[in-house]
Ligand binder design. Structure first.
Ligand SMILES: Cc1cc2nc3c(=O)[nH]c(=O)nc-3n(C[C@H](O)[C@H](O)[C@H](O)COP(=O)(O)OP(=O)(O)OC[C@H]3O[C@@H](n4cnc5c(N)ncnc54)[C@H](O)[C@@H]3O)c2cc1C
Length: 425
């Protein structure tokens, strides 16, 4: 029997275990995670009957990898509707607010941005089609991501910045600053001068098609993948090193224990783990910088004038921000039955009291969470580094140089397992 180790029980590692169990039922899979929970950057927190997503919030349907698995596992998803109620805030005023009637919202957008809306739709429609080709190419022939991206005609996008790509499509600067940047800030806490493919994928998520999350909370997704895989899951296991042995197997060290496996899948960003690879060349891999993100959930009475709003009614459900708002990336608001507001603020620095005092009266903190490394600070790259580090050693998060999401972690897991078909039999 072939023994496979997976390092990391995030959605990528759990998906790898799930696909491995489906495709190679005779495999013995052991998953190591340094924490004491499944999910990594997918983390649902219940507050009363509400479910708050502190990490990955939704997935889109530009491709079918997650949807196929969702169907397979019988999980229930719901369409995210809150995004229809939004305002774009520049730190002092709302530049634009959506209307309950979608036609009126679209008319407002057309009046302000004219043809940019149409140009953007056709660019994203084209890319959505290419993304579909990426998945079809993978189905036919699992190979390294850079080859799949090249085949789908998508490789040019990770070599440029998003704003450069948009300028080539004659998208106006005002549209980039007031509409595109607020979207990239909500998805990746970065402005439109970020890496092109990640930037475009965030636009595809929000701009075209529907987005979904899991009714039971997104944490259910990695958990169910894990349970369906029948793997052995070991918590509180900080994997320190992987060493290639002379017979081709790999010795994994956790604290002062070692165990040997025929194959290994690394399902966590290497630059964040301090994991040493012994006897394996890593020349192709340049450490990436990651974005720190704070989530503060605060209850109290929102002060609309802080947002430049004269309207004393409720604020938009989703406040998107331009680059002028500096560290505040987006704010989700909810008017509660007792008339108070629940505000979920996402920022790259913890917001000081004087800003919070201006924003919300009689406030109290419901919860705070800090992600030291939420996603890479995306920059143009020449190529996506290989996921195969060695004959039977795969690295799922090499794809994060170009894009980071639940969907792409699952896609990378499927591709890696299928690339290992000869080794795992
Ligand atoms: C705030 C935030 C918002 C996001 N929003 C979205 C969104 O709306 N939609 C979307 O699709 N994506 C979103 N993402 C991105 C998405 O969450 C990630 O891309 C995805 O979850 C990554 O999964 P992963 O399994 O590859 O890595 P991770 O989830 O990081 O899992 C890695 C696991 O490895 C473990 N580990 C690390 N080092 C070791 C070690 N040495 N030994 C053993 N175990 C180790 C960790 O404990 C962790 O459990 C968001 C992320 C954040 C932080």
């Amino acid at each position: 029997m072939v023994n496979l180790a997976i390092i990391g029980a995030g959605v990528g590692g759990c998906a790898a275990a799930f696909f491995a169990s489906k495709i190679f039922p005779n495999l013995k899979v052991t998953i190591f995670d340094l924490s004491d929970r499944v999910g990594g950057r997918v983390l649902t927190q219940a507050i009363g009957s509400m479910k708050l997503e502190l990490g990955a919030a939704f997935f889109n349907t530009a491709n079918k990898t997650v949807l196929n698995v969702v169907e397979d596992l019988g999980l229930k998803v719901r369409e995210v509707e809150e995004r229809a109620d939004f305002g774009i805030w520049n730190g002092s005023d709302f530049l634009l607010k959506s209307n309950k009637n979608i036609i009126l919202t679209l008319s407002k957008l057309f009046l302000r941005y004219g043809l940019n809306i149409v140009k953007m739709q056709s660019l994203l429609k084209e890319i959505r089609g290419q993304v579909k080709n990426l998945y079809e190419a993978e189905q036919k022939n699992p190979v390294e991501m850079n080859e799949l991206f090249k085949f789908a005609g998508l490789d040019g996008f990770y070599r440029k910045k998003l704003d450069e790509i948009l300028a080539e499509w004659s998208i106006d600067e005002s549209f980039i600053n007031e509409v595109i940047t607020p979207i990239t800030r909500i998805i990746y806490s970065q402005n439109a001068d970020m890496g092109g493919f990640a930037g475009l994928s965030s636009l595809i998520s929000v701009y075209t098609g529907k987005t979904y999350n899991f009714i039971e909370g997104n944490s259910v997704f990695p958990k169910r993948l894990m349970n369906a895989s029948n793997s052995e899951l070991l918590f509180s296991q900080n994997v320190r090193s992987i060493e290639k042995k002379n017979d081709g197997s790999y010795r994994i060290s956790v604290e002062n224990k070692t165990s040997t496996f025929d194959g290994v899948i690394i399902a966590t960003p290497l630059e964040l783990t301090g994991l040493a690879l012994d006897g394996i060349s890593m020349t192709e891999y340049h450490p990436r910088e990651y974005r720190r993100v704070y989530i503060q959930v605060i209850q109290g009475k929102a002060i609309p004038s802080f947002f430049g709003s004269k309207d004393t009614g409720s604020l938009p459900r989703m406040i998107l921000t331009t680059s002028e708002t500096k560290q505040i990336m987006h704010i989700a608001t909810l008017r509660l039955a007792n008339g108070e507001d629940l505000m979920t603020i996402s920022s790259t620095e913890l917001l000081p009291d004087d800003i919070l005092d201006g924003m919300i009266r009689n406030r109290y903190v419901i919860l705070e969470h800090s992600w030291n490394a939420a996603y890479p600070l995306f920059k143009p790259i020449d190529n996506i580094p290989h996921s195969r580090l060695d004959e039977r050693l795969m690295y799922l998060n090499s794809l994060e140089s170009a894009v980071s999401s639940m969907e792409t972690s699952v896609f990378s897991a499927l591709n890696a397992i299928r690339m290992m078909k000869d080794e795992l039999r």
